[in-house]
Design a protein around this ligand. Structure first.
Ligand code: G3I
Length: 303
């Protein structure tokens, strides 16, 4: 096939992009989106600060815009994200009572998931809970500090009840290199969840890479997680300077792992990227395909 989404679909995978509601009026942007991608992630609109800016008061207008537009065009939806220490409103950050915070977290998960129930193929239930560096432990956050590390399990159990059809993912960055302590920490958590029957279906590897692309162990990491009995997904791919080989290596690793079910790039044109200075995406500022686009399509077997 001649587009990313159609080619990925030939092996039962999706190829998605992060989308910003504020750009849906830009015809160049939506032209590429609708031509190339068959899955959509809201870049910011489903996060806590956007959906529940004050306690118990939910706003879904911008998230709905993205969801309805995708649905009308037959594009699948990824949910991002329910529990994250960042883009978290101040009122949540200042809760110190465990029962209160547990109730607030469960209510947030349930309300947001209910809104899109049955329409989201995979949800990032918990995002970026592990610390950088060598500890292999969870990072400090209001959730860990007030509820303990068990907040992750609590979140996944609540998510399963809210929308049993959605794949429940743990999503993080810098877990692509197998030997890193952070990767090992996440691996141990997923292994523990699977062994105790805590509901988890997927690990999202963000894949924000430097110009060298994925570490040599990337495919090993994907297979090792998959061997625990979860899907893996590349959820936020971008690569500094977008070298074609770096993109091809990333995509090939996913294609080589049966349980790698899809890839999402974190934006459409370089100008849309959170790291736009590094030109890390598949389309240039005018919306033209870059060499990395062809490398990506070819790596999936398309032309
Ligand atoms: O909406 C406000 C606007 O009202 C205000 O005037 C403006 C002034 O700064 O800020 C706007 O909010 C910005 C928001 O993006 C929407 O554009 C925030 O400042 C800005 O911090 C925010 O950045 C997002 C970032 O997450 C926040 O952590 C990026 O767009 C988004 O690409 C990025 O995505 C994250 C993933 O969710 C998780 N993994 C890492 C990834 C990259 O950081």
């Amino acid at each position: 096939a001649g587009t990313l989404g159609a080619q990925a679909a030939q092996s039962g995978r999706y190829f998605g992009a992060a989308v910003a509601a504020g750009k849906l009026g830009d015809g160049t942007y939506t032209g590429i989106l609708d031509r190339e991608f068959n899955s959509v992630t809201a870049e910011n609109e489903m996060k806590w600060d956007a959906t529940e800016p004050s306690r118990g008061s939910f706003t879904f207008s911008r998230a709905d815009q993205i969801a309805q537009r995708a649905q009308a065009r037959g594009q699948r939806l990824r949910g991002h994200t329910l529990v994250w220490h960042s883009q978290l409103p101040g009122w949540v950050n200042s809760i110190r009572d465990a029962n209160t915070l547990r109730g607030v977290m469960n209510n947030h998960i349930t309300t947001v998931m209910n809104r899109y129930k049955g329409r989201i193929h995979s949800w990032d239930v918990v995002n970026e809970a592990f610390a950088d560096g060598g500890s292999g432990q969870m990072r400090g956050s209001v959730f860990r500090d007030v509820l303990g590390t068990g907040f992750v399990e609590q979140a996944f159990r609540t998510a399963r009840s809210a929308d049993p059809a959605a794949k429940l993912c743990y999503n993080d960055y810098n877990i692509e290199n197998w030997s890193d302590a952070k990767t090992q920490g996440v691996y141990r958590m997923v292994r523990d969840f699977k062994s105790r029957g805590v509901p988890i279906d997927c690990v999202g590897l963000q894949a924000h890479f430097g110009a060298g692309g994925p570490p040599g162990s990337f495919q090993t990491t994907l297979s090792n997680f998959a061997a625990l009995g979860v899907d893996v997904q590349i959820t936020e791919l971008d690569i500094a300077q977008a070298p074609p080989t770096a993109y091809a290596n990333t995509v090939r690793a996913c294609m080589n792992v049966a349980r790698c079910t899809g890839i999402t790039v974190w934006g459409i044109r370089d100008s849309d990227s959170w790291r736009s200075g590094e030109n890390p995406l598949l389309f240039d500022r005018s919306g033209n395909k870059k060499p990395a686009y062809n490398a990506t399509l070819t790596a999936m077997g398309g032309t």
